[in-house]
Design a protein around this ligand. Structure first.
Ligand SMILES: O=c1ccn([C@@H]2O[C@H](COP(=O)(O)O)[C@@H](O)[C@H]2O)c(=O)[nH]1
Length: 245
């Protein structure tokens, strides 16, 4: 059986970030990983080369997670989401800590932007707590006197109450968020590491199998794939792991 049909359902759950600084490098990454259907464009690439990379992805019928993590006053978040809504991305991020008014404004504005350019609106999802932060960081540096799982849950509930479609959380919090927020709330999990892979700056990681079993809809997996000696093989190995669940 061809790899493309064997790994289709698992492949659709994996979002690979294009964490590179030029459109040329992004296209080179795309070409190395033709099986990847869902790509993430984040701050490094978008700030480096602007929205033209989104056009390149759409030309190839790829799905797009526009991970710009807006965090500002509500008027500014709304303006950014209106502009981002015009690109036809599938997912768009804002920080939950922008607050209820900004979150509500983000959803409305993303829909307005999409209507302007006659595309489907992106699903707006909230960052609960960056996966690079530990319980220690939360308590001692951010001075937030709440246990980390409870904090992530409260941020997800704030997002849900504000009309967002889902949240970004670590796989370690996914099970609780799935139980409380229900099956219709999207859970997108970065911080996913195959067994034995380097964690880098990810502080709350789990394996692909653990993340899916905990209730994640999508896994964001970057460096374990993109910096592997054979990225296509690394992607395929993760797909095989997920097909075996
Ligand atoms: O809490 C968050 C939110 C976003 N990310 C993004 O996911 C990828 C993870 O890349 P790896 O190479 O697999 O670590 C990266 O683009 C982050 O910006 C996150 O890690 N945590």
């Amino acid at each position: 059986m061809a790899h493309s049909s064997l790994y289709t359902s698992a492949a659709q759950k994996i979002i690979v970030p294009l964490d590179v600084a030029s459109e040329e490098d992004a296209i080179a990454t795309l070409n190395k990983l033709p099986e990847v259907q869902f790509w993430k464009v984040g701050l490094e690439l978008f700030v480096s080369c602007g929205p033209s990379i989104l056009e390149r992805l759409k030309e190839q019928q790829k799905r797009i997670f526009l991970d710009l993590k807006f965090h500002d006053i509500s008027n500014t978040v709304a303006g950014a989401c209106r502009a981002a809504g015009r690109y036809g991305a599938d997912l768009l991020t804002v920080h939950a800590t922008a607050g209820r008014t900004a979150l509500k404004a983000a959803v409305t504005a993303a829909q307005e932007g999409a209507a302007d350019s006659k595309v489907e609106p992106p699903k707006v999802i909230a960052i609960t707590l960056l996966t690079s932060l530990s319980a220690r960081d939360l308590a001692f540096d951010l001075k937030i006197p709440v246990e980390l799982p409870e904090y992530a849950l409260q941020m997800a509930l704030l997002a849900q109450e504000s009309g967002l479609a889902g949240a970004v959380c670590s796989p370690q919090e996914a099970e609780q968020l799935r139980q409380v927020c229900g099956d219709d709330f999207l859970l997108v999990c970065p911080g996913v590491r195959p067994q034995g892979a380097a964690k880098g700056d990810q502080m709350r990681s789990q394996t692909p199998t653990q993340a899916i079993q905990a209730g994640a809809n999508y896994l964001v997996i970057g460096r374990p794939i993109t910096t592997a000696p054979d990225p296509a093989q690394a992607f395929q190995t993760i797909c095989q792991e997920l097909e075996g669940i």
